[in-house]
Design a protein. Structure first.
Length: 242
């Protein structure tokens, strides 16, 4: 994954991008991330990036000029780019979107909005407007980190164990199954016997059943989108009987 992140607060991103899986992916050259301070492309002695809205109203609006200048600057190298505006009005980011982004050949430009909103004219530059959920946060920096993190986990070689990405929540359309490690019993709570049985078929069935149970309880709408196998249907029948 290659991306340019446009932000007023690069330090917010720097700390997270220099830790854990993302740090290792960058060191392996699996991830190329460059941060650009939007204020560096603003004009005037005060490098102003916002102004009051036409028509009145509360808050300030992100000016279009700095965004256009920085996007024009980045596109001068001729590398194909996909411009993403991070916004609560966008399409909701999910696992399928992460998988699509992981296969994308173009370099991403993530525009992190701030203030009350961004000048509508900026959207002529934008290929996709993306939201990370139905709520409002202070700026697009957190949203950019969520997307980068989710996509990084899908890049071959980014994780120590490639099967980790396949097994975790949403990669198979369900919530994750419960996980246990040593000790075998803790404060009267034992590890389920099936997990120490050595019977891999029974372990898989148990995990699948627990994942289906959790998903039904918390997000039943996901079950409706799932292509159920014959085994899934038998498991669901047994869950209903319980």
């Amino acid at each position: 994954m290659k991306c340019d992140v446009l932000t007023l607060f690069p330090d917010i991103l720097t700390a997270y991008l220099n830790e854990s899986i993302i740090k290792r992916a960058r060191e392996k050259n699996l991830l190329d991330i460059k941060l650009y301070n939007i204020r560096d492309f603003a004009s005037g002695p005060h490098r102003t990036v916002d102004d009051s809205p036409y028509g009145g109203g509360a808050g300030m609006v992100f000016k279009p000029e700095p965004i256009f200048r920085i996007v024009d600057y980045l596109k001068k190298d001729g590398e194909p780019r996909k411009v993403i505006l991070l916004s609560p009005q966008g399409v909701t980011f999910d696992q399928s979107k992460a998988e699509a982004y992981a296969k994308e050949d173009r370099r991403f430009i993530f525009i992190c909005g701030r203030y009350e909103g961004i000048d509508e004219r900026v959207k002529v530059l934008v290929d996709e407007e993306i939201s990370i959920g139905d709520y409002v946060i202070t700026g697009g920096e957190l949203a950019a980190l969520v997307i980068i993190d989710a996509v990084t986990r899908l890049i071959p070689g980014a994780l120590g164990d490639e099967k980790s990405a396949e097994d975790e929540s949403f990669s198979w359309g369900l919530f994750d199954y419960p996980h246990y490690t040593r000790p075998r019993e803790f404060r009267g709570m034992p590890v389920p016997n099936v997990l120490v049985s050595g019977n891999h078929k029974e372990i898989w069935l148990w995990r699948r059943k627990e994942a289906l149970k959790k998903t039904i309880k918390i997000r039943p709408d996901l079950i409706e989108k799932l292509e159920l196998t014959d085994i899934d249907k038998k498991i669901l029948n047994s869950i209903e009987e319980e």
